[in-house]
Ligand binder design. Sequence first.
Ligand SMILES: [Zn+2]
Ligand SMILES: [Zn+2]
Length: 253
Amino acid sequence: MSLAEVLHDLGEVIFPFRCLGCDDLIDQGSGRLFCPSCAVKVHFIRGSLCDICGTTFPDSSAENHLCGECLEKKPFFSRARAIFSYEDVILNAIHQFKYKNNLSIGEMLASFMADFSFPGMDLTGYTLIVPVPLHIKRLRERGFNQSLVLARAVGKKRQIPVDFSVLKRHRYTQTQTGYHKQERKQNIRGAFEVHNAEKISGQTILLIDDVFTTGATVNECAKVLIRAGAREVSVLTLARVLPHHFNARSADE
Ligand SMILES: [Zn+2]
Ligand SMILES: [Zn+2]
């Protein structure tokens, strides 16, 4: 067996080349996550954005500018960017990963995230990656932290160290599903704490989560990281709930 064949077989094992949306086989080596009929249901975040929180504006021909919320009260993170709109096949793929324990979908999404060029984000200046932590109780239920899977892939690709022990979720919070924005903020307040603050002192941190819903969770994380001495915190997520899609019932955080 030639080396190429061995690598090919390994590739089959690591990347089954099945569409994340419908499980159909897709072209090998195409680097795609979806078959053509699912791909049209994948919505990338594009057009004009809020420079800080990354929300989109309906008039996509406008220049990037700050949204009303960021103008009124700046979040603790400097900027947040996501790849996909959290709907359709992407929502299903993330649910398969997160709630149905489908780690091969998780690995594919993670590797896509690691290779993705986030518009307006130069990842070279970041010194530490921190995944949004799960409470130990939820970690035991789920068996893994989906944000850490993503963080590890990005860290490896970008050669940025990942630390999953500096930020802890010490208060168990009920799922955010069903809560509106203000309730989410209150529900999450005080849920996180920093351990070994000297490890984050002066660091430029990339905080990684799977979904940005209202931003309440990542903002609370950014708050405790900044207060513990981080120089700057930016946020990357796989997907984001766009404001016109926000539905407190369907969106988890
Ligand atoms: Zn498909
Ligand atoms: Zn904004």
